[in-house]
Design a protein around this ligand. Structure first.
Ligand code: EPU
Length: 337
């Protein structure tokens, strides 16, 4: 067992925040994980995947387990569908590319989302009209205390908008070790109505796109709006888009008829937090080393040497301003430690 001590996590979180892990252990196999949990006897662990949905504001005292389980395999298939099993430490985007190259359809709209497979069910990742839950078959997880291996069905996971069982009752109880996805092999359901996908394809005169063409369009759109964490530290959307009840939405809509919105169901409307933050004057603004991205106001950035606390202070300033100007509460999408 190779436990490292006082290790900087700067390279392990896409915000590029330099905090120390008191103890750090890279997990390369399930056996290694089970053995660690058995010896560890229930003392606190901090599970780290790709570190792409995380804002670290202080040193981590619990032992950091960096989940590095690798492998993709086909577990079941017929003419129409395939079920693949992907180990938790596989990179999400590389998995999407593996699927696109094998003509497995369903996750092409989720191209270029940072992070690893193991984190995908926790917040039910989504983009451009598709969410993980649309293709999710099941996942396997290990109970952090007992070491018991548990299989979760889609229902067990209780997926919602950027939400699941693992963010609620199941928080900090399990370590996801693999995820199974059910994907189409032919007659793919192509979803291009959301956002700028159709427009991007039209510009290329593509009217009947393949999953590869949809994936390429999504990559182009994301690259034009979202900062590359390899160049500037960030965690994608920092806040969730607020979901507002009918009555409050009516008041908001009457006051700001130009604001974009989507109806979620009969009682609820979703308003883009990026629009609110831009209207409040934060887009492209810099506050020392912390800032708001100039092309998508929902993304907070680390200009180089920001601490987690500086980014969190900026986030709180934005929350207060949005409450003051629009009477809307926006809450973080990223996990704040
Ligand atoms: N908008 C602005 N100003 C901005 C940003 C957005 O006015 O600075 C407006 C846009 O003009 C548009 C609306 O807000 O009318 C929505 O913007 P966009 O399509 O960029 O999507 P979003 O709602 O801001 C969500 C996800 C993204 C995902 C995109 C595309 C959340 C919290 N975010 O963003 O997910 O890529 O839709 O589907 O739901 C992530 O989770 O890290 C992420 C990037």
């Amino acid at each position: 067992m190779q436990i490292e001590h006082n290790k900087s996590l700067k390279a392990y979180n896409t915000f590029g925040i330099d905090v120390i892990a008191h103890h750090f252990y890279q997990i390369d196999s399930k056996t290694q994980l089970l053995e660690y949990l058995k010896q560890n006897n229930g003392s606190p662990v901090f599970v780290l995947g790709g570190g792409s949905n995380l804002l670290l504001t202080k040193p981590i005292e619990a032992t950091v387990l960096q989940i590095n389980l690798k492998g993709i395999s086909v577990v079941q298939e017929d003419d129409q569908f395939v079920i693949i099993k992907v180990m938790a430490g596989e990179n999400w985007h590389e998995t999407v590319q593996y699927c696109v190259n094998n003509n497995y359809g369903g996750i092409e709209n989720l191209s270029l989302i940072p992070g690893n497979i193991g984190a995908a069910p926790i917040q039910n990742i989504g983009a451009y009209g598709v969410e993980l839950k649309d293709v999710f078959a099941s996942c396997e997880a290990v109970n952090r205390i007992t070491g018991e291996i548990v299989n979760f069905s889609k229902e067990d996971c209780q997926f919602g908008y950027r939400d699941s069982y693992f963010k609620n009752e199941g928080e900090n109880l399990f370590i996801i070790t693999s995820v199974q996805l059910r994907l189409s092999k032919k007659d793919h359901t192509i979803k291009i109505d959301y956002g700028a996908i159709k427009q991007t394809l039209d510009a290329k005169q593509i009217s009947n796109p393949s999953i590869k063409e949809v994936s390429d369009a999504v990559i182009e759109i994301r690259q034009s709006k979202l900062p590359d964490p390899a160049k500037i530290g960030n965690s994608g959307s920092f806040f969730k888009n607020p979901v507002i009840e009918n009555k409050a939405f009516e008041t908001f809509h009457n006051k700001f008829p130009e604001a974009p919105y989507y109806q979620v169901d009969k009682q609820h409307f979703k308003v883009p937090a990026g629009w609110l933050i831009e209207q409040a004057g934060f887009k492209g603004k810099r506050f020392g080393e912390a800032g708001v991205h100039d092309k998508q106001a929902l993304v907070l950035v680390n200009h180089g040497n920001a601490t987690g606390t500086q980014i969190w202070e900026l986030a709180q300033l934005i929350q207060h301003k949005i409450k003051e100007e629009f009477n809307i509460n926006i809450v973080p999408e990223v996990t704040i430690i």
